[in-house]
Design a protein around this ligand. Structure first.
Ligand SMILES: Cc1cc2nc3c(=O)[nH]c(=O)nc-3n(C[C@H](O)[C@H](O)[C@H](O)COP(=O)(O)OP(=O)(O)OC[C@H]3O[C@@H](n4cnc5c(N)ncnc54)[C@H](O)[C@@H]3O)c2cc1C
Length: 412
C-alpha cells in the first residue's frame, strides 16, 4: 500500500491530509504531531481564548478533524519526527519508530523565538516563578497565560509588538490588566505594515491605556523583589516590575529535525515554485519558503493562517502529481492576513509596497483602506481597517493583476 507521511499535525498538515483524501488518495496516511492535543486552531489563542468569560477549548478543534474516522488517518500524536532519511524514504520518530513513505509532507510550522538565555518552562532570570516568563504559540502556552490572568496578574509586560504581542496586549487590556508593550523597532507590527500604519497601531494601544515603548530593547528579565514576579530592564535604563512577561519576538521555522537530511534549509524548508522540496517531498505552511511567482519569484515564507491552508492543499495536489505523473502547478497565492485588536479588524491583502495612498476613511477614525503599489507603480496590496469587504475585493484585484486606477475606483 502507498504511504504518505505528514510531519506536523496542525493547520497545513491537516489541510494536506484532507485534500489528499478529497483527491482520492486511498493509501495509508500517517500524521505525526509532537503536541499531545487533537489539532486545533491558533488564532483564537491570543483573542477569544484570553478574553472570553469561559474559554471553550472544544471550539478550537480544527473542523477537518471533527470526525477523525472520516479521514482515516494513522495518527502519531505526542510524537516528534527526529530525522529524515531521504535516500531511504524514512522518517524516524522520537520513540524510534521508522515510518517508510512514498511521499512526505513537511508541515512542522514554527516556534517562538526566545530572548537570549530564555529557557522554555524554566525559571525567569535568577529564580522568579516559571509561570512569570511566557510565550504564546500553543494551547498549553495559552492555558498558562489565561491562568496567570485569571489568577490575578495585574501587570503584564509584553516584549515584542508584532501581531501576537499586539493581540496579547489588547486582550490583556480587555481583561483590565496594566500592560506595557515594548519593541526594539520604531513601530509595532513593523515587519508586516508600513511605518505610519504601525504608528496607528501604537496610537490604538495608547488610546486603550497601554504603555507603549518603542525603539527599546530588553536587556534582562530577572526575578522581582517579591520573587513572585519579574523585573524587566530595558536598554534605556528603565526597569519595569511585572507579574507576567510575555515574549513575542517572532518565530523560527521548525527545521532542526531536518538537519543533515539533504533538504535545503534556509530560514525554512526551501522548495521550488510548486512546493516540491525534493523528489516526493513537499513542504507547506509556516515552515516552507518558496518563490512566489506572482511577486517576482523572490523567496517568501508566510506565517499566516490562510497561507497554511492554501499551501497545505497545494502541496497535497503537488505530491499526488509527483506520485501519479501529473502536471505540477506553481503556488502563486496572494497573501492575506487579519489581526483583531480591541474593536479593530486589521487586514492586509497582498503585500506592502513603497507607494501608498489612503482611498477611503482616515487612520484617525480607525476605518480606512490604504492601497500599496510596487516600485513600478503596480497595485500590489491593500491594508483595510474595519473594512472587511474591501479586503476581499483587494485580494481578488491583486490576483487579477488589477491596476492602481482600478483599485482606486473599486475600493475608493
Ligand atoms: C496565538 C496565535 C495567533 C494567531 N493569529 C493569527 C491571525 O489572527 N491571523 C493569521 O493570519 N494568522 C494567525 N496566526 C498564525 C497561524 O496560526 C499560523 O500561520 C498557522 O498556525 C501555521 O500553520 P502550520 O500548520 O504551518 O504550523 P503550526 O501551526 O506551527 O503547526 C506545526 C505543528 O507541527 C508540530 N511540530 C513541530 N516540529 C515537529 C516535529 N519534529 N515532529 C512532529 N511535529 C512537529 C508543532 O508542534 C505544531 O503542532 C496566529 C498564530 C498564533 C500562534
Amino acid at each position: 500500500m502507498v504511504t504518505i507521511a505528514v510531519a506536523g499535525a496542525s493547520l497545513a498538515g491537516v489541510q494536506a491530509a484532507q485534500v489528499l483524501r478529497r483527491q482520492g488518495f486511498d493509501g495509508r496516511l500517517v500524521v505525526i504531531g509532537d503536541e499531545p492535543h487533537q489539532p486545533y486552531d491558533r488564532p483564537p489563542l491570543s483573542k477569544e481564548y484570553l478574553t472570553a468569560d469561559e474559554p471553550d477549548e472544544e471550539r478550537l478543534k480544527l473542523r477537518a478533524t471533527a470526525d477523525p474516522a472520516a479521514l482515516d488517518l494513522d495518527w502519531r500524536l505526542g510524537r516528534a519526527a527526529v530525522s529524515l532519511d531521504l535516500a531511504g524514504s524514512t522518517v524516524v520518530l522520537d520513540d524510534g519508530e521508522a515510518i517508510a513513505f512514498d511521499g512526505l509532507v513537511v508541515a512542522t510550522g514554527a516556534s517562538p523565538r526566545r530572548l537570549p538565555g530564555q529557557d522554555p518552562g524554566a525559571e525567569a532570570g535568577d529564580g522568579s516563578s516559571a509561570a512569570t516568563l511566557l510565550e504564546l504559540r500553543t494551547l498549553d502556552d495559552a492555558r498558562r497565560l489565561r491562568a496567570a490572568i485569571d489568577g490575578g496578574a495585574t501587570r503584564i509586560v509584553v516584549c515584542g509588538a508584532g501581531f501576537i504581542g499586539a493581540e496579547v496586549a489588547a486582550s490583556a487590556r480587555q481583561r483590565g490588566v496594566d500592560v506595557t508593550l515594548i519593541d526594539a523597532a520604531p513601530a509595532p507590527m513593523d515587519r508586516v505594515l508600513d511605518r505610519e500604519a504601525g504608528m496607528a497601531v501604537a496610537d490604538l494601544h495608547r488610546a486603550n491605556g497601554v504603555d507603549v515603548r518603542l525603539g527599546v530593547k530588553v536587556t534582562e528579565v530577572a526575578a522581582g523583589e517579591d520573587r513572585a514576579g519579574a523585573l524587566v530592564t530595558l536598554d534605556d535604563g528603565a526597569e519595569l516590575a511585572a507579574d507576567v512577561v510575555v515574549v513575542g519576538i517572532g518565530v523560527v521555522p521548525n527545521t532542526a529535525w531536518l538537519d543533515g537530511s539533504g533538504l535545503t534549509i534556509d530560514d525554512g524548508v526551501v522548495t521550488d515554485a510548486t512546493t516540491l522540496a525534493a523528489e516526493r517531498v513537499v513542504a507547506a505552511g509556516d515552515v516552507a519558503r518558496w518563490p512566489n511567482q506572482r511577486f517576482g519569484g523572490s523567496l517568501m515564507r508566510v506565517e499566516q493562517w490562510d497561507n497554511a491552508i492554501d499551501m497545505g492543499g497545494h502541496a497535497a495536489r503537488r505530491l499526488l502529481a509527483e506520485l501519479d505523473g501529473g502536471q505540477p502547478e506553481p503556488f502563486r497565492p496572494v497573501p492575506w492576513f487579519w489581526s483583531d485588536q480591541y474593536d479593530r479588524k486589521i487586514q492586509l491583502a497582498g503585500v506592502v509596497g513603497p507607494h501608498r495612498e489612503i482611498v477611503q476613511g482616515t487612520m484617525d477614525e480607525g476605518r480606512f483602506v490604504q492601497l500599496y503599489a510596487d516600485d513600478d507603480g503596480r497595485f500590489c496590496g491593500a491594508l483595510c481597517w474595519n473594512r472587511p469587504r474591501q479586503a476581499i475585493q483587494a485580494r481578488q484585484l491583486v490576483a487579477d493583476g488589477g491596476t492602481l486606477d482600478a483599485a482606486r475606483e473599486r475600493l475608493g
